[in-house]
Design a protein around this ligand. Structure first.
Ligand code: SF4
Ligand code: SF4
Length: 343
């Protein structure tokens, strides 16, 4: 094994990463074909993937890059607060990509510094990735992609992937021992509430609850799929929760930094009352898929939940939301009042 690769691998494991692989940038050549295959299979998904085309062009922006260091960060050791369980996807609750108060974020900085001390030039995009991370992790033999499109290691799919570009030629490839999905299993596809996961290894991201409750779904009132969101208000874990390959993989014993204090704030009951300044200061930096001026989107998602799970206890909250300063919240609340005959 390459000496520098060995040192990076050792350091990464010491810092708490589950796995570390290193591939030459040339091993990303098959990614472009895979990328286009997705839009060919689901033509409607093109607008979604357009925003990710930058991942195909990393060599233009970083012509000096020779290798990709790809790392696995598990998050299943953290406790999920009861009030948020099943409403906000676990990856977003335990998101360490930009959260400086987490050990994972600090360790990512330390690892980058370490590689620089070894004399390497590095580049990383911690928020949205610098290359197609699942493809890179697959090439490095760190795990497999299952029919629900998630990347799995021995920790199941409850992991984040992080990639660094480096200017040093190295290679450190593992051989995964994970078995593929059982031949007849289609639990994830059957469980998907919007048929976003319409076939194995494919999906229509524009129909995914995760997309529709975050970047997308800007007109939920006229979105037929909004009735199918179930309990979710930000993200969706269904196709991972039902997967037998995830059974027994959630440890959930450690507290995630500052999550407890949010658990009482970002609840179904409270979101409609959240003060805009509190949202900007405490909520948005963590759940950054919605912008600082998009508290209204959280509130619309909650109104949609209240409509789908209509109960007498929600009447006053829905009724009051008709006076919201946000037009989309007002509009949604008024439509529910009309439908439910709330005066
Ligand atoms: S995250 Fe939810 S909506 Fe999206 S594909 Fe999985 S089950 Fe379907
Ligand atoms: S639910 Fe079954 S088919 Fe879907 S990813 Fe898990 S094992 Fe594979």
């Amino acid at each position: 094994m390459d000496k520098k690769a060995q040192l990076i691998h050792k350091k990464a494991l010491e810092l708490g990463y589950e796995k570390c692989g290193i591939i030459p940038v040339e091993m990303m050549s098959g990614y472009e074909e895979k990328f286009h295959e997705r839009t060919q299979k689901i033509p409607g998904s093109q607008p979604f993937y357009q925003g990710q085309e930058r991942l195909l062009k990393f060599k233009e922006e970083y012509p000096w890059a020779k290798s990709i260091v790809i790392l696995v960060k598990p998050y299943s050791k953290y406790e999920v607060p009861e009030s948020l369980n099943g409403h906000i996807a676990k990856h977003y609750l335990m998101d360490t990509r930009v959260n400086e108060s987490t050990t994972e974020f600090q360790n990512s900085i330390l690892l980058e510094q370490y590689m620089q001390e070894l004399g390497m030039r590095t580049a990383v995009n911690r928020k949205f990735g610098i290359v197609g991370v699942r493809w890179a992790a697959l090439q490095a033999g760190l795990g497999i992609i299952r029919r629900n499109n998630f990347f799995y290691t021995e920790s199941g799919s409850w992991i984040g992937l992080e990639a660094f570009l480096v200017d040093c030629e190295m290679e450190l490839i593992e051989e995964t021992k994970l078995k593929p999905c059982p031949p007849n299993c289609d639990r994830c596809m059957k469980a998907c509430p919007t048929q976003s996961l319409c076939e194995a290894y494919a999906m229509n991201p524009l129909k995914c609850v995760s997309f529709l409750t975050t970047f997308g779904g800007r007109d939920l009132l006229n979105e037929p799929l909004a009735a199918e969101f179930g309990d979710w208000i930000y993200g969706c874990d269904i196709c991972q929760d039902v997967c037998p390959m995830n059974h027994g993989t959630w440890g959930g014993t450690e507290k995630f930094p500052k999550l407890e204090e949010l658990a009482d704030v970002v609840t179904i009951e409270n979101i409609l009352n959240i003060d805009e300044e509190i949202y900007k200061e405490k909520i948005q930096p963590k759940f950054f898929y919605l912008a600082p001026d998009e508290l209204w989107k959280w509130q619309v998602n909650v109104l949609n939940y209240m409509n789908n799970h209509f109960d007498q206890t929600y009447i006053s909250a829905i009724s009051e939301a008709r006076n919201s300063k946000y037009p989309k919240v007002k509009e949604m609340a008024a439509a529910i009042c009309l439908k439910r005959e709330i005066s």
